[in-house]
Design a protein around this ligand. Structure first.
Ligand SMILES: NC(=O)c1ccc[n+]([C@@H]2O[C@H](COP(=O)([O-])OP(=O)(O)OC[C@H]3O[C@@H](n4cnc5c(N)ncnc54)[C@H](OP(=O)(O)O)[C@@H]3O)[C@@H](O)[C@H]2O)c1
Length: 325
């Protein structure tokens, strides 16, 4: 099979598209023909050696796929040949034509869901869902501010915020991204490059501040949000796409009476599998109802995977990027 391989840590440009031996499923595992791969911002960080995990080289990056089950390991009775599935990978390996996965991490996808949508639904949408449901406890009566609202997990947070019934404010860096976030349900928009973010939040919340902030961006925008929270608010720390991990003057949480909550979806899926399974059921239902539908911005061939990663990390993406082997 073909795969995109990280031979040594360094530039994304150094990834190598080459042949690898076909993997074989062991007990309680299945072999999957990969139909689509979700590209995520951390894929670039991983290859550069800047991610929390540092697998031994050579390795195949990528962490979410959709595909068809083409071989069953011993003892597998939950899945059959030909089943259409989506899955997180357990130790990367998604940027390949085939992958072996343990049955415990796989979800069958609804008949109405394409492979492209399936690969786009998992990590970005799952993170937003876990962040807003379990961590943020967002309610219909509340205001949600989403930073980087046109990006993968930001756009999912916009759609999920509306599915819950909250008033959603999208914050983006360009008018095009703002228009896109509004077309996906955001009620209000702030261009945080052109506008004063603090003043805009004040005006849109009648001076009360925001109940829940979903922040995959960090940096300066986090600093502003940490001073713009409503009483009993929840500031969700999701990621640092801006490149700066902010520091919080902790007295702000006391004075303004709000909480700061970390969101780490990957670990949540392992430590709280029952809640994760329930979340996936709700996401599939919302998909069927047309409430949460990932938008695929661009598709790339596996041989062009380097361009796919750079498209995401280059601040271009509106929705999700996928790779099709
Ligand atoms: N905690 C978790 O479990 C979890 C799960 C998934 C992702 N994440 C993290 O969440 C972050 C976003 O992931 P994503 O997949 O949504 O990425 P994405 O699609 O690339 O979106 C990131 C957004 O961040 C904004 N941004 C601000 N400064 C940026 C910069 N210098 N470079 C690139 N983007 C910048 C961009 O929006 P504007 O141009 O509008 O500012 C962009 O749309 C990443 O840090 C990722 O590691 C965390």
């Amino acid at each position: 099979m073909k795969a995109l391989v990280c031979e040594t840590y360094g530039s994304v440009d150094d990834l190598v598209y080459r042949d690898m031996p076909d993997p074989e499923p062991g007990p309680e595992e299945v072999l999957v023909a990969v139909k689509a791969i979700g590209v995520n911002f951390p894929d670039g960080l991983l290859v550069e050696g800047k991610y929390q995990a540092r697998p031994e080289c050579p390795f195949v990056p990528g962490s979410e796929i959709s595909g068809e089950v083409i071989s069953l390991g011993l003892g597998v009775d939950q899945f059959a040949m030909g089943d259409r599935i989506l899955s997180l990978t357990t130790s990367f390996g998604a940027y390949a034509e085939k992958i072996v996965l343990p049955v415990g991490v796989i979800h069958k996808i609804p008949k109405s869901m394409s492979y492209e949508t399936g690969a786009a639904l998992l990590a970005a949408t799952g993170t937003a869902h876990h962040g807003l449901r379990q961590r943020g406890q967002l309610k219909a009566s509340e205001t949600l501010l989403v930073l980087g609202a046109a990006g993968g997990t930001g756009l999912a947070a916009v759609q999920i915020g509306k599915a819950i019934g909250a008033k959603v404010i999208a914050a983006c860096s360009t008018e095009e991204k703002l228009a896109f976030a509004k077309s996906q349900g955001a009620d209000e928009g702030i261009n945080y490059v052109k506008q004063d973010l603090k003043q805009a939040i004040k005006e849109l919340t009648n001076g009360l501040g925001v109940d829940v902030v979903y922040d995959p961006v960090g940096g300066d925008a986090f600093d502003v949000c940490s001073r713009s929270m409503a009483w009993n608010g929840r500031l969700l720390v999701v990621g640092f796409a801006s490149g700066r991990i902010p520091e919080l003057p902790i007295n702000l949480t006391l004075v303004k009476g709000y909480s700061v909550l970390g969101v780490f979806w990957g670990t949540f899926t392992v430590k709280q599998p029952d809640e994760h399974a329930a979340n996936m059921r709700e996401l599939f239902q919302w998909f069927e109802e047309g409430k949460v539908v990932p938008v695929v911005d661009a598709e790339f061939a596996l041989a062009d995977g380097i361009q796919a990663i750079k498209y995401v990390t280059g601040r271009n993406v509106m929705g999700k990027v996928i790779i099709k082997p």
